[in-house]
Design a protein around this ligand. Structure first.
Ligand code: DGL
Length: 269
């Protein structure tokens, strides 16, 4: 699985809990972060390249643990693998969160906090309206939030101010459900819940993604039959130590094996 940085660890955590017997390889594309202000073409290039890298490293399924990339690159990544004769399922994070929000909202007034790339794609709106044409989606493009979270601790007053500003249109729109449409945002869920109020349900994609992964692996007979725990390994495209330090803190488990990899050559070529 991959994300632009440590945000996707919120999804990895769900998978480690739901499917503990599997082996995981997580790539954080920290050299090219943030993804949220990139064009769809750039994101398709990055995502295709990383999926190739993960499959070449032996992955039997790819999770795009990033909303921005899932929103614009899911089909391109799957198509590219099929063209190369590789039967590997690709699962994104967008549909599970959208479906959960539509099913759970009573008022049908749903908020979305996501990166500018995700909001501009209109992918959440399309998925939700396909599930129920009567829901109303209030989207807020959070320009610098993922990078600020990725910059790490301490979370200071500046972050609180940024988060308060992004929550204010959602409060005004009287939503009862808010999709955390960026994998970095569950890392500040307590702050968001305080600003949005207890009555608002925060929706994240992790648990739904884990169920999709389980179904996909089961249907192709690829679930790992071992009884014990599998392994997890990490790769990043930027510096190893900051990734390890922040990742350990967010995953609340030692990251262990982290390797730096060079990507971008195929895109440049
Ligand atoms: N965490 C990613 C997402 O879910 C992207 C954050 C970023 O790199 O801008 O959209």
């Amino acid at each position: 699985m991959f994300d632009s940085g440590v945000g996707g660890l919120t999804v990895l955590h769900e998978l480690l809990v739901s499917l503990p017997s599997e082996d995981y390889l997580y790539l954080g594309d920290t050299a090219r972060l943030p993804y949220g202000n990139k064009t769809p073409e750039q994101l398709r290039g990055y995502a295709t390249e990383i999926a190739d890298h993960l499959v070449e490293a032996g992955s039997k399924l790819v999770v795009i643990a990033c909303n921005s990339a899932s929103a614009v690159a899911l089909d391109a990544v799957q198509r590219n693998l099929v063209q190369r004769g590789l039967e590997v399922d690709v699962i994104g994070v967008l549909r599970p969160a959208a479906q959960l929000a539509v099913a759970g909202s009573r008022s049908g007034r749903i908020g979305l906090l996501a990166t500018p790339a995700t909001v501009a794609s209109g992918a959440y709106e399309r998925t939700m309206l396909a599930a129920d044409p009567h829901v109303h989606l209030e989207s807020v493009a959070c320009r610098d939030l993922a990078s600020t979270i990725e910059a790490g601790f301490p979370f200071d007053e500046r972050l609180v101010d940024i988060v308060r500003e992004y929550c204010s249109p959602l409060r005004a729109a009287d939503v009862d459900t808010v999709i955390l449409g960026c994998t970095h945002f569950p890392l500040i869920a307590p702050m968001l819940q305080r600003m949005l109020g207890r009555g608002v349900t925060l929706v994240t994609s992790g648990a739904g993604v884990a169920r999709s992964v389980e179904r996909a692996l089961a249907s192709s007979g690829l679930l790992n039959p071992r009884a014990g725990e599998g392994s997890y390994r990490f790769r990043c495209t930027g510096e190893v130590e900051p990734f390890r330090a922040l990742g350990t803190r967010f995953l609340q488990m030692p990251l262990g094996d982290v390797r730096r990899v060079e990507l971008g050559t195929r895109i440049a070529a």
